[in-house]
Ligand binder design. Sequence first.
Ligand code: KG4
Ligand code: ZN
Length: 364
Amino acid sequence: MTPLILAIDTSCDDTSAAVTQGVTVLSNIIASQTQLHTPYGGVFPTVAKQAHKENIDRVVDVAMRRANVESKNLSAIAVTQGPGLAPALEVGIHKAKELAEELRLPLIAVNHIEAHALSPLVEARKKNEIFKTLSAALADHHFPALSVIVSGGHTEFILINNIGDYERLGWKIDDAAGEALDKVGRMLNLGYPAGAVIEAMAKKGDPKRFKFPLPMTTQKDYHLSFSGMKTFSRNFIEQLEADKALNKQALYDFAASFQYAVFRHICYKLNKILQAFPIREVWLGGGVAANLTLRRMLRETLRLAGGRATDSRHPKIPLLVPYTKRLCMDNAAMIGVTAGFMFEHGKFATDYSAIERKPRWEVE
Ligand code: KG4
Ligand code: ZN
């Protein structure tokens, strides 16, 4: 039978629980704490921990009810072990151990970044309820694939030779892309998080008005750096203020130009990877993956790198994105689906005591 999994994610500021079967989502409940953290302009770890503690039981109950499954039919419990905020991770791991012990089930410790990487594989529940086996879900895919993860905490390129066989090719050496969007959003008093607000403003602006330098072009590696764009942003904003020219249109043009600079840097490094590796598919994940301009720019990069496809519906290097924006943000459904693959490969623990939070855990 395709493994049926109850998964939990409390890595940052969302409390989430989901039930998945193979790659299918049966429920995916997310209790957002955004409003609690807005006054701080970022996630405050002890506030996050307290909110996770208050929400976790209810979120798990609702996930089980929505999925309409009985706990006796579950194959395993899965939980994010890292990376993430240590106090936040602890709450999810504690709850997962409690459930695994009570239901006498194996416990699967999942890497949150691997889960973002696999999020484009996650599928919606269909009416006829035939759950694909995990190997059937992979039958349509071609490897090596490249995962592009763009979130508030991470921005990285991971080569996927196969599920479970990864190589990190490049990563952010300072701020993550989403973090840069949020920090510049704070300079403009856009509230937290600011990525989606900047996307909406950018739609009304000219991305070519303010020219940002393209970082890291002399380095041969595939790493990313977004912190210089913050300094540039501050200078542009101060100059506009000094000139009394920070009007609505200037703000829209600035948002469009800054967003374009962030995404152009990612596309530049992606192109370098495409020149060096025989990538067959690109899988996009993470909170910033919800951004339609990013998706369009990535598709254009793939089109140029892959040559003109004979059939435009089947480009040579397709971009796969999560089927709903809910799967871009932090969520437990991606944890459950990743755990399903691990379960099939026997990667689970029956001695739960060994599972401790790993706040800095990288994809291996
Ligand atoms: O993956 P995520 O929910 O949390 C982390 O694991 O980091 O990502 C959150 C990030 C925030 O920086 C937020 O500003 C950004 O995703 N974000 C967006 C959009 N929606 C969320 N950035 C750009 N455009 C969006 N539409
Ligand atoms: Zn995340």
